[in-house]
Design a protein around this ligand. Structure first.
Ligand SMILES: Cc1ncc(COP(=O)(O)O)c(C=O)c1O
Length: 389
């Protein structure tokens, strides 16, 4: 603990001075299997050779020039994101919350440009997490993040998870869009049904609303496809990205169709740092690796192997584990016992994980893991479960 740090986090008294692939080496002299990836960020693990090489080269070039000038690395990353998604444009920023801010502003501007400035409200879903800025805590709608920070920002209406009737009933002439995470991450790895996502698309088309997917956590290969929306076969109009996009370097992006981005012209939105040469060099290096044939197949295969192993442990220990769920390498163990205690015991056995809402322990390993790491993690979970029982 450092007395000079604002105490906004409850930290584990552990630091790391070396990382290699899926492993972190702690200040306590121990080796940890990192199945938290810094909350789904280090998608290619630690010290990935390609990322390291690209970033070494980028360090020797201008780090920052601002968006007053052209940035070839940024243009290249935008092109690649656009070519591999539904989108026509990418806007770069520095975090997930900022990507969502851009999405929310874009939705409002779109309707304003269409002469319907009254359509500024956004429907969101209970259990959501969209970030910690004033508008994203209002979008997330969770009392624990809103409390004490003054009146909730106007323009956000929340409906129950998975309830289409309630969602339809919440639409008014002031509604401009719907914002969802295809799989709620912080909310406890709660996947939305494919049929539900398809219905959201239909509803948005019927009522002239923009569909916004927050893929800050589910995007960049986490579920075994580059973007989780691909599983449902229907695309959003706007999508936010961050986390895995920079492989550990802070970068966010907001992708959109040309129609949704109507009105996003010079001067209406911006950021000093967004998409700078260092950040977009990292993004391109991540894309180099993720777009290679076989990358997503590995995420899918390792995800299935991990899911199967965890489900088997759950079946053997129903008093400890209620359910195991998720897609790809975005998996959650809903524990019966306190999730924080389960997580602490896993860490004591050398496995790092992340907790989430709904009493869930999240498994977010780097996407480059192989069978050895998956089996090692399963073994640790089994040991903890057996010892506990
Ligand atoms: C789905 C989702 N959206 C937005 C955010 C906020 O991202 P950031 O912490 O980079 O602002 C997060 C972070 O956990 C997230 O999981």
């Amino acid at each position: 603990m450092n007395a000079s740090l604002m105490p906004t986090y409850s930290r584990v008294p552990l630091s790391f001075d070396k990382g290699e692939g899926a492993y972190l080496f702690g200040s306590d002299g121990r080796r940890y299997l990192d199945f938290g990836s810094g909350i789904a960020v280090t998608a290619l693990g630690h010290a990935h050779p390609h990322l390291t090489e690209v970033m070494h080269a980028a360090i020797g070039k201008p780090w920052h020039v601002s968006n007053l000038y052209e940035i070839p690395e940024q243009a290249q990353l935008a092109e690649r994101l656009v070519q591999n998604s539904f989108a026509d444009y990418a806007f770069f920023c520095n975090s997930g919350a900022e990507a969502n801010e851009a999405a929310i502003k874009m939705m409002r501007k779109h309707h304003y440009e269409n002469g319907q400035a009254e359509k500024f409200r956004l429907i969101t879903v209970e259990g959501a997490f969209h970030g910690r800025t004033l508008s994203t805590i209002a979008a997330g709608g969770q009392e624990k993040y809103l409390k004490g920070f003054g009146p909730k920002a106007d323009g956000f209406d929340q409906v129950a998870f998975g309830n289409l009737n309630e969602l339809r009933a919440a639409i008014t002439p002031a509604t401009g869009g719907i914002l969802v995470e295809p799989i709620q991450g912080e909310g406890g790895i709660r996947p939305m049904e494919v049929e539900y996502l398809k219905a959201l698309r239909t509803i948005c088309d019927e009522f002239g609303l923009l569909l916004i997917y927050d893929e800050v956590q589910t995007g960049m290969g986490r579920t075994g496809k580059l973007f989780a929306y691909e599983w449902s076969g229907v695309a959003p109009d706007i999508m936010s990205l961050a986390k895995g996009l920079g492989g550990g370097f802070p970068i966010g992006a907001c992708l959109a169709t040309a129609d949704a981005a109507k009105g996003m012209v010079a001067g209406v939105h911006g950021t000093t740092f967004g998409g700078n040469p260092l950040a977009t060099a990292a993004g391109n290096a991540v894309m180099d690796v993720m777009l290679k044939p076989g990358f997503m197949a590995n995420v899918d295969a390792m995800g299935k192997r991990l899911l199967k192993g965890l489900k088997a442990i759950g079946a053997d220990h129903p008093k400890l584990i209620e359910a195991v769920r998720g897609y790809g390498l975005l998996l959650g163990i809903k524990t019966v016992v306190p999730n924080t205690e389960f997580q602490a015991r896993l860490r004591a056995h050398g496995l790092l994980t992340i907790t989430a809402g709904d009493n869930v322990v999240r498994m977010l390993p780097p996407l480059i893991i192989g069978e050895k790491e998956v089996d090692e993690a399963i073994e640790i979970v089994r040991t903890v479960a057996t010892d506990w029982a």
